[in-house]
Design a protein around this ligand. Structure first.
Ligand code: ZN
Length: 282
C-alpha cells in the first residue's frame, strides 16, 4: 500500500502485516487530527475492543503541525510536536486495540484544499483495501475547517469507489461542536457506557494536548454524560454515556445529493422545532 506523502505510515499494534491488518477492518474512523478518533469514533473502537470478529482501523489525515503547546511542550518545534503527536496516537491505537492506524501526514491546508486530489486518492486506497462496514468521521456542522475538509474528502473518496466497495453506514460525529441541537429523531445514538476506564485512557494518552492546557479527557467524558442525562427529560437515564452522530449514508448512496443541502435539512428541522414550540405555547 503506497501513499503520496513520504511520511505516511501504517502502524499495526499487534505486529501483523499492514495489508492483513487493513483488510480485516470492519469499523473505520477517519479524523483530521491525532486524538479526534478517541473523542468522536469511540463507539467504533468499543465495538471492536477485545473482539476477534471485528477490527477498528483509524486514519489521521494531518501531521499535527501547528498544534498549540504549553508547559512541558512549550519549547518544542513544529517537527518535534509532530513526532510527539504521532507517538501519542500510536499509544492510543495500542490501548484501544486498533487493527491499524494510518498516518497520511498532510498539512492542514492540503486537507482543506478542494483542488488537492492526493488526500482523496490516499483515502480511496485505504477504503478499497479495508472495505469497512461502518465509517465514523467528522460531522458537516463541525466548526473546525480541517474537520469539515476531512469529511468532504471522505465523501468524495467513497463516491469514487464502486458501490459494492462502499460501507453500509457513514456517520458524522462530535468533536468541535456537539450534536445535542439535532432533533431527537435526527440523531444517531451511540451508547458508549461500557469501559469508562478505557474511554478515559484513550483521550488521556494525548498528554501534549491535555497537559498543553485543554482538558479534553474531562470534557469528552463530561459531554457523553451530559448527552445521556439531557437526552430525555422524562424517566431515569438509560445510559451514562452517549455520543450523538449524523447519518451521512444517504450522501454515499446518492452521488448527486448536494452535501450543503443535506446538512441544511437538519438545521431547518431544528429551526422549525424551536419556532413550532414557541408558536404552540405563545
Ligand atoms: Zn481535530
Amino acid at each position: 500500500m503506497t501513499f503520496h506523502n513520504p511520511g505516511a505510515e501504517v502502524y499495526v499494534p499487534d505486529g501483523s502485516a499492514a495489508d492483513q491488518a487493513i483488510s480485516r477492518t470492519t469499523h473505520f474512523g477517519v479524523s483530521a487530527h491525532q486524538d479526534d478518533l478517541e473523542i468522536m469514533a469511540y463507539h467504533g473502537i468499543l465495538e471492536c475492543f477485545g473482539r476477534r470478529d471485528r477490527h477498528f482501523t483509524g486514519v489521521t489525515t494531518t501531521n499535527g503541525a501547528g498544534s498549540p503547546r504549553d508547559g512541558l511542550y512549550a519549547s518544542y518545534s513544529d517537527e518535534e510536536m509532530q513526532r510527539v503527536r504521532r507517538v501519542e496516537q500510536k499509544k492510543a491505537a495500542f490501548v484501544g486495540e486498533f487493527s491499524a492506524h494510518v498516518f497520511l501526514d498532510y498539512s492542514s491546508s492540503a486537507v482543506k484544499d478542494r483542488g488537492n486530489a492526493d488526500v482523496v486518492d490516499d483515502l480511496k486506497t485505504i477504503f478499497s483495501a479495508a472495505r469497512p462496514e461502518v465509517v465514523y468521521t467528522h460531522n458537516l456542522a463541525d466548526k473546525h475547517d480541517t474537520h469539515v475538509g476531512t469529511v468532504l474528502r471522505v465523501i468524495s473518496a467513497l463516491r469514487e469507489l464502486p458501490r459494492e466497495h462502499r460501507p453500509q453506514r457513514l456517520y458524522g460525529c462530535e468533536v468541535w461542536r456537539n450534536l445535542d441541537w439535532l432533533n431527537d429523531n435526527d440523531k444517531v445514538i451511540f451508547n458508549v457506557e461500557p469501559h469508562e476506564n478505557l474511554a478515559m485512557s484513550l483521550v488521556g494518552v494525548f498528554d501534549s494536548q491535555v497537559a498543553g492546557g485543554k482538558r479534553y479527557d474531562l470534557a469528552t467524558l463530561g459531554r457523553r454524560r451530559a448527552n445521556a442525562t439531557y437526552f430525555a427529560s422524562h424517566g431515569v437515564d438509560e445510559s451514562t454515556a452517549l455520543i450523538f452522530g449524523i447519518d451521512l449514508t444517504p450522501l454515499i448512496e446518492n452521488d448527486r445529493a448536494e452535501v450543503g443541502g443535506y446538512v441544511q435539512g437538519f438545521i431547518d428541522r431544528f429551526a422549525s422545532e424551536v419556532s413550532g414550540r414557541i408558536a404552540k405555547l405563545s
